[in-house]
Design a protein around this ligand. Sequence first.
Ligand code: 13P
Ligand code: SF4
Length: 349
Amino acid sequence: MFDLVSMRAGLAEHYDLAPNPELAASMADLYARMDRVVSPADWAIAAPYVAAINALKKERDAVILAHNYMTPDIYHGVADFVGDSLQLAIKATEVKEKVIVQGGVHFMAETSKILNPEKTVLIPDVAAGCSLAESITAAGIEEMRAKYPGAPVVSYVNTTAEVKAASDICCTSSNALQIVNAMESDTVIMTPDQYLAQNVANESHKNVVYWPGSCIVHEEYKAEDLRAYREMVPDVKIIAHPECPPSVVAEADYSGSTSGIIKWVRDNKPAKAMLVTECSMASNIADSLPEVDFAKPCNMCPYMKKITLEKVLWSLHTMTEEVFVDPEVSDKARLAVQRMIDLSVKLGI
Ligand code: 13P
Ligand code: SF4
């Protein structure tokens, strides 16, 4: 378990992290990106961390790749690049810096390491897991192959390196349908997200068989709740991530990856929008879309929320926790991830 007390004592020895309204005011440009969702008092608390991280990034030749579910202080304050899983994986192949700090969960950091074995990849809290990644091992992939001989295995990037290594190709929520459709076989095995697989199956001509994993954030949404909300607020646009059950996706005006959701809201600018996904999504785009009223509820990912500003600072200060992947596993996993990237580029996704 993360030792917060030691971390805070360690940080206090090297940095002045007391709330600092003057420093906060001097970084008004950064604050303007989040002032609709972060109070001035909270910005005064965050500012010393943001300043220290941004200075340390240069010293360490580091870059921060942050997922769309990071909190606004990380997303707008310190991230060098933000995006969905596919965009982060592609960006990881392009960065010049020696160190990558992953603002996201462990499988994302592993993907960055797989694609950059020579770089140092840091995750600010190794306990930032994922219920999908934890739902299957390489033995599960072999079980599916034995059940459906000859069928290719398309694994969601929300998996461990071992699972990726045992798969034929990876996919993300932004390319899953196209990757499945591009497989030669009529039957395609999808792991580990049963709901993403069912949503793909609803739009694909393939016989999609799947592993029964699920995301603890998106499986909580219920179609009847969305219907009730729409009855109360008839002009609301409901936008759902495809990790939600198909009955929920069926209620939505749009379904797509986290970046797909952001793009849809930016393009359509609905007066009222309900993002059926993780809570930080709406917070991160609220300032750039003042005309959109974002409705609650939303669900919080407890894994993503393990990554905080103070842990990012500690990670860069101590250069921990470094992510390692067994080279043999990494080589095999890289094939599956690279096949996905190459196919996505070829298909123009
Ligand atoms: P995206 O690829 O859509 O960002 O999804 C990642 C994820 O973990 C969603 O729960
Ligand atoms: Fe995993 Fe769900 Fe959290 Fe995404 S939101 S990291 S799929 S548990």
